[in-house]
Design a protein around this ligand. Structure first.
Ligand code: HEM
Length: 503
C-alpha cells in the first residue's frame, strides 16, 4: 500500500523501484544486485544513471523498506534547492547524519537556530590566519612524513597503498590547526588517563565509528576483546577531550585575549561553552563539533589527494605541467604562493569532480518546494512537503550535459573558475566551511611532493597507463564516511634532480 501511495504522491515520476532504499542500513549493507541497488549504485551506474541523463530528477521508490526519495543529477536543480536554502523550507535530515551525532550536536547535523548558532561560533576561525597556519603545518608535517616513511635520503621508493599518507597528513593538519593538538607523524607518547596515546585512540575512533553506530551500547559489556578495545578507546578519548575542554577553559579564564590570540575552532568553541549568552554551546556540543570537524576535515581531503596523485601518475603530462608551475613559482627558501598554482589546484579540483568526497547531499522538504527542470522537457515540478531529496554528486559532476567528455581527467576545465562555482563543496549557505582549508592543504602537499619526487603508478604485467586507469580508477565507493577510490593506489617515486627555479 505504501509503495503505491508513494508512487502516487510522487506523481508517477519515472525512476528506480528497488526492494530496499539505498540509504537504509540493509539497503546500504547488502551488495548491489537485481533486487537491491545498494549504497554504491550511483557510482556503478555513473555512465547510464538517470535514464542516460535524460531526466534531471527521478524518483526512488522502494517496494519493501525505506523512505522514497527524489534524486537529481542536475547542477541547476541543486542550485535551486540549496543555493539559497535559507529562503527555502529545507532541512538536513538528522537520521542521515547520525554517525556525526554520536558525540553531540554539531554544525553539520543541526538545522534552524541551532545551526546558525554553531556556524556563527565557528566561521570566524576559518580566516587567512588559519590558512597560513595550514600552509606552515602542512609543510612541517610533510617533512616529518618524509623522515618517518623512509623517503628522506632515498632515490627511489615504492609506496604501497598511498592513501595512508594523505590520511595521516590530513588528520594531523586539522588536529593541529583546528584544535591545537600537539600530535606528530610518529605515534606520540602523550597519554590519556588510561595509558593509550591520544594519537592511537583518535585513529581507532575514526576507524571504528561505523561499528560504534551499529553496535548497541549493551554489547560492550560482553567480554569480547575487540568490543572491549573499541569501548576503551572511545571512553579514553572522551575523557581526554573533556580534560582538554577543562584546560582550555582555564587558559581562557586566565587570559581574556586568548580567542583573539589563538582564534582556532577549539578555543572558540570552549569560549562559547564558558559564555552563557545567546551564542553559547554546552560541553556535548563542543565535543560534537570537535569530532565532526576531525572527520569532515580529514577523510574528504585525504581521499581526493589519493585520487589526485593516482591521476598525476597516469597523466604524466599533467604532472610535468604542475612540476614546471611549482618550480617556477616557488623558491626553495620561500613559502608557497598558492594562488599562483592554478594548474596544480585545477588537478585537485578535477580529481574532486570525478570523486566527490561528499557524494550525497540530503534534504527534507518542510513545505512543498517548486523547481524548474530542463529534462526530459522544460517543466515545473513540486517536491512534496515531508519528502526527501538527494543531490547525487557523482551524477551531477559526471553529467554529460554539464561536462564534455565527463569521465576524462582534464584539469584545464577549472582554469579561471571562481571558487564559488566549485559545486563539489556544495552550494549556498550550508556549503563547506572548510573549502579553503582543504585547498590550501592539498596544494601545499602536492607542491612539496612533486617538487621532490617524480610520481608514477605501479602497473601490473605489461599494463598500459590507460588499462591501469580503467582498472584502478573504476573502483570507488564509501570509504569511512566519505566517497573515494577503493582500490589500492601503489606509487613509484623517483627523486627529482634539484633544479634551481627560474626566478
Ligand atoms: C575535499 C574536501 C572536502 C569536500 C569535498 C567537502 C564537501 C562538503 C560538502 C559537499 C558540504 C555540503 C554538504 C551539504 O550541503 O549537505 C560540506 C559541508 C561541510 N564541510 Fe566540507 N568538504 C571538504 C573538506 C572539509 C574540511 C577540510 C572541513 C573542516 C576543516 C569541512 C567541514 C565542513 C562542515 C563543518 C560542513 C557543514 C557546513 C554547514 O552545514 O554549515 N569540510 N563539505
Amino acid at each position: 500500500v505504501n509503495f503505491w501511495k508513494a508512487l502516487k504522491d510522487m506523481e508517477y515520476l519515472p525512476g528506480y523501484r528497488p526492494m530496499l532504499a539505498p540509504l537504509t542500513l540493509f539497503g546500504a549493507a547488502l551488495p548491489s544486485s537485481r533486487w537491491n541497488l545498494g549504497l554504491n549504485w550511483s557510482w556503478i551506474m555513473r555512465s547510464t544513471a538517470f535514464f542516460n541523463y535524460s531526466h534531471d530528477v527521478i524518483s526512488m521508490v522502494p517496494w519493501l523498506h525505506g523512505e522514497p526519495a527524489y534524486y537529481t543529477c542536475s547542477a541547476e536543480v541543486a542550485q535551486q534547492l540549496i543555493g539559497n536554502e535559507g529562503q527555502r523550507p529545507l532541512i538536513r535530515p538528522r537520521k542521515l547524519t547520525s554517525l556525526l551525532l554520536l558525540w553531540g550536536e554539531n554544525v553539520f547535523s543541526s538545522n534552524g537556530d541551532m545551526w546558525k548558532r554553531h556556524r556563527r561560533i565557528m566561521s570566524p576561525a576559518f580566516n587567512p590566519k588559519m590558512y597560513s597556519l595550514v600552509l606552515k603545518q602542512t609543510t612541517a608535517i610533510y617533512r616529518e612524513m618524509a623522515d618517518c616513511e623512509g623517503l628522506t635520503g632515498n632515490e627511489s621508493v615504492i609506496i604501497s597503498d598511498f592513501s595512508k599518507l594523505p590520511l595521516r597528513l590530513a588528520f594531523l593538519v586539522i588536529a593541529r590547526c583546528g584544535f591545537g593538538m600537539p600530535l606528530t607523524w610518529a605515534m606520540d607518547e602523550q597519554e590519556t588517563a588510561d595509558k593509550i596515546s591520544v594519537n592511537h585512540a583518535l585513529t581507532s575512533v575514526t576507524e571504528t565509528a561505523i561499528a560504534r553506530l551499529m553496535i548497541p551500547n549493551w554489547a560492550y559489556k560482553i567480554p569480547i576483546k575487540a568490543l572491549k578495545e573499541i569501548d576503551h578507546h572511545w571512553t579514553s578519548l572522551a575523557k581526554f577531550m573533556r580534560k582538554s575542554v577543562g584546560l582550555r577553559a582555564e587558559e581562557l579564564k586566565a587570559d581574556a585575549d586568548l580567542v583573539a590570540k589563538r582564534g582556532d575552532v577549539f578555543t572558540r568553541l570552549v569560549a562559547a561553552n564558558i559564555d552563557d549568552g545567546k551564542y553559547s554551546v554546552n560541553e556535548d556540543e563542543v565535543l560534537g563539533n570537535t569530532f565532526m570537524l576531525l572527520f569532515a576535515g580529514h577523510e574528504t581531503t585525504a581521499l581526493v589527494l589519493t585520487a589526485t596523485f593516482a591521476y598525476l601518475g597516469i597523466h604524466q603530462e599533467a604532472q610535468e605541467k604542475a612540476y614546471k608551475e611549482i618550480t617556477s613559482t616557488i623558491r626553495e627558501d620561500r613559502d608557497l604562493d598558492v594562488p599562483k598554482l592554478v594548474h596544480t589546484l585545477a588537478c585537485f579540483n578535477e580529481a574532486l569532480r570525478l570523486y566527490p568526497a561528499g557524494s550525497m547531499l540530503t534534504r527534507t522538504m518542510t513545505e512543498d518546494v517548486v523547481v524548474n527542470v530542463k529534462r526530459p522537457a522544460e517543466a515545473t515540478m513540486v517536491f512534496k512537503k515531508g519528502s526527501l531529496a538527494i543531490i547525487d554528486m557523482v551524477a551531477v559532476h559526471r553529467n554529460p550535459h554539464t561536462y564534455t567528455d565527463p569521465h576524462a581527467f582534464k584539469p584545464s576545465r577549472w582554469y579561471g573558475v571562481s571558487d564559488h562555482d566549485l559545486t563539489m563543496f556544495g552550494n549556498g549557505p550550508r556549503s563547506c566551511i572548510g573549502r579553503k582549508f582543504s585547498q590550501m592543504e592539498a596544494v601545499t602537499f602536492i607542491s612539496l611532493f612533486l617538487r621532490d619526487w617524480h610520481v608514477d603508478v605501479v602497473m601490473e604485467n605489461g599494463e598500459t597507463r590507460q588499462e591501469y586507469e580503467n582498472r584502478v580508477m573504476s573502483k570507488a565507493g564509501q570509504v569511512g564516511m566519505s566517497f573515494g577510490i577503493t582500490e589500492k593506489v601503489n606509487l613509484r617515486l623517483t627523486k627529482r634532480l634539484k633544479t634551481t627555479s627560474s626566478k
